[in-house]
Write a protein that binds this ligand. Structure first.
Ligand code: CP
Length: 311
């Protein structure tokens, strides 16, 4: 397959074949991170800018390591150290970065659609590293990569996504991606965390976690995103934990070999008990490892397009 997209804004825009192609490309990059010398010259001479206007540990470090392992040059910009603090608009900031002839802009922003807007205005490829409650495409790709690596397939698997679906870009990207590749997705959470009409995305909705995780292959647990909630949508964290938290007893309802996943950061003892987060079924840190390979693959594919089609 020939890759012909210059931006990665979400999984909504990708076909099943494009998603599988990224996962297959990441397969070939994963081994590089296990070498003593973790570096190849693939993107030598390319420059990527990390423009993170929201906090991040995993995504930011993962993109930076991916760039370094491919020998690309990487520049970091954060809201607190840029001229945006002096009132410069995001558009002006990015147009100035573009003027310095970079190849990729990797952006995290609290507003849904911010990377889409920029992609329409600038020449460098844009990678969405999370836009508000909308999409987080590389997270869903690394989640699918991890599931495929552990289970040997994606098609026909049952995946439960539990928690704060309304505020979760991870949930949205996973729903787009997993349903396109033929997995069955069921979501569960308190009614205040379930967006209206979400069934139209091809998922089943349950309001009892026990019903959602019965017999599933994967339990994907989401963080309660208190920073995005204007008012209290649940009575208390204690009650949430009691009714929706994933603990050892609840996990027994899923298949015995079900994977426990979480995009991080984890609110330990709220959505996920520590002994499950660190238990034998957890692949949370393997998700993080997969993230570097996925981001190497995405940067590689998008950079190839830019070098071949400069218009
Ligand atoms: N999963 C994820 O996006 O984590 P960070 O916010 O730490 O990047």
């Amino acid at each position: 397959m020939k890759w012909d997209k210059r931006d990665l804004l979400g999984l909504e825009q990708l076909t099943k074949d494009e998603i599988i192609f990224i996962l297959d490309t990441a397969d070939s990059f994963k081994e590089i991170s296990t070498r003593a010398i973790k570096k190849v010259p693939t993107l030598r001479g390319k420059t990527a800018v990390l423009l993170f206007l929201e906090p991040s540990t995993r995504t930011r470090v993962s993109f930076e390591l991916a760039a370094k392992r491919l020998s690309a040059d990487m520049v970091n910009i954060s809201a607190s150290t840029s001229s945006m603090l002096k009132g410069e608009s995001l558009r002006d900031t990015v147009r100035n970065i573009e003027a310095m002839k970079v190849d990729l802009v990797i952006m995290r922003h609290s507003m849904a659609g911010a990377p889409h807007r920029l992609a329409g205005e600038i020449e460098p490829g844009v990678i969405n590293a999370g836009d508000g409650c909308h999409e987080h495409p590389t997270q869903a790709l690394l989640d699918m990569f991890t599931i495929r690596e552990k289970k040997g397939r994606l098609k026909g698997l049952k995946v439960a996504i539990i928690g704060d679906i309304s505020h979760s870009r991870v949930a949205r990207s996973n729903i787009w991606g997993l349903t396109k590749v033929g997995a069955e997705v069921v979501i569960a959470g308190p009614p205040t965390y379930i967006p209206p009409y979400i069934e139209k995305m091809g998922v089943k909705v349950k309001y009892r976690v026990e019903e959602a995780i019965k017999g599933v292959d994967v339990v994907m647990v989401l963080r309660i995103q208190r920073e995005r909630q204007g008012k209290n949508l649940i009575p208390s964290l204690r009650e949430y934990r009691k009714i929706f938290g994933i603990n050892r007893d609840r996990l027994k309802i899923a298949k015995p070999d079900a994977l426990i996943m979480h995009p991080g950061p984890v609110n330990r003892g709220i959505e996920l008990d520590p002994d499950v987060a660190d238990g034998p079924q957890s692949v949370i840190l393997e998700q993080v490892t997969s993230g570097v390979a996925i981001r190497m693959a995405v940067m590689y594919l998008l950079s190839g397009v830019k070098s071949e089609n400069p218009d």
